[in-house]
Design a protein around this ligand. Structure first.
Ligand SMILES: *Cc1c(COP(=O)(O)O)cnc(C)c1O
Length: 355
């Protein structure tokens, strides 16, 4: 028998969350961001939920091709653009829209002599200091791109560094100044800007993590007023129980010590399944629908939970690691990370079902 752990993907939740994005940004078109295999969900699994999106944005060329092979006719955007000549050829063949963040990428497009001009998203480095043309160099880059025979429409794009923390005007103002008078569609907003910065919505928004029901800030409380639904649940079962006497310890490094006699449960889920090893004792988890906490270290294949509030729990009891009841953001926060990382880190060995 396989281990009882498995992940459920809920395309209905993604579809619902996409509607929430639409309500938040009613005047913008929506790039549904599905990079990293749809934030660990599996592009194929959530693809049916994306039909109302205006475009699909991702990073890997093979994912872009998969999306086309699934039948997607609307735009597909490569968020980091192309890396070599073969990529440019593939972008041409599959009608992909590509980000262009440097002159080298523009040259790759020109050298490919595409059959149809390739639509591009010309990226500005407005302060993130990862990819893009600096504001001072942007207008010239736009002129070169617009004059290029291989290039179709040129859209204007940038990415925010701290849209989840408050002010983004420092970047937005740079972008607006440097692009004043330049024609073309604008795209700036990630999930955080979709939720919290209407001024930045512009022509196309690019939500990722909110489509999967998690918080762009990493804090569940920040999205308490947004009716998002979790699109991934990770569940397993109790496979053993122990009764500890006061003073006994649990697991590696004996990091948890029972203060009194108590019952604990052993859950078939560990860091090799994608559960964060850094989750400290006290991380929320539910057993048979009752909220409780982990105790002791996360090991490769198992974690241990306090069964004090769950007196009926026994071998076979259902456990939710994250999902509808236990928020992925809360597990992530306890573990000093963000929901994004937990979704993307779901391990291959975990069986996935679509529900
Ligand atoms: C990942 C990504 C997004 C989506 O970010 P979220 O925070 O998940 O909404 C948007 N734009 C770019 C360029 C990205 O790389």
């Amino acid at each position: 028998m396989p281990r009882p752990i498995h992940a459920r993907i809920h395309p209905g939740a993604v579809q619902h969350n996409l509607e929430v994005v639409r309500q938040r940004a009613p005047d913008s078109r929506v790039w549904a961001v599905v990079k990293a295999n749809a934030y660990g969900h599996g592009i194929e699994h959530i693809y049916p939920a994306l039909q109302a999106a205006d475009g699909i944005a991702l990073l890997d060329l093979d994912e872009a091709v998969r999306v086309r092979q699934l039948g997607w006719k609307k735009p597909v955007l490569l968020l980091e653009g192309i890396f070599n000549h073969a990529d440019a050829k593939t972008a041409d063949e599959f009608g992909l829209t590509v980000a262009v963040h440097c002159d080298e990428q523009l040259q790759l497009i020109e050298a490919a002599r595409p059959g149809r001009p390739i639509d591009i998203y010309l990226k500005m480095n407005s302060g993130m200091n990862r990819l893009g043309f600096l504001p001072d160099a942007y207008r010239q880059a736009w002129e070169r791109a617009s004059a290029s025979a291989g290039v179709g429409t040129v859209s204007l794009m940038s990415h925010f560094a701290n849209a989840d923390e408050g002010a983004l005007d420092w970047q937005l103002n740079r972008f607006d100044e440097a692009t004043r008078g330049i024609p073309g569609q604008r795209s700036l907003s990630n999930s955080a800007a979709v939720l919290w910065h209407k001024r930045a919505h512009r022509d196309w928004v690019r939500p990722g993590v909110v489509l999967y029901g998690a918080s762009p800030s990493g804090r569940a409380t920040d999205i308490a007023d947004v009716p998002l639904r979790a699109s991934m649940s990770l569940t397993s079962a109790i496979i053993g129980t122990q009764t500890l006497q006061a003073g006994e310890t649990v697991g590696y490094a004996r990091s948890y010590k029972a203060e009194r006699k108590m019952r604990i449960g052993v859950v078939a889920c560990g860091y090799a399944d994608g559960y964060p090893r850094h989750a400290p004792g006290g991380t929320p988890i539910s057993v048979d629908g009752i909220l409780t906490r982990t105790v002791g270290r996360v090991s490769m294949d198992m974690i241990t939970v306090d069964l004090t509030p769950c007196s009926e729990a026994r071998i076979g009891s259902q456990v939710e690691l994250w999902g509808n009841q236990v928020k992925i953001d809360d597990v992530a926060y306890a573990s000093s990370t963000i929901g994004y990382e937990l979704m993307c880190g779901l391990a291959r060995r975990v069986p996935v079902t679509v529900a």
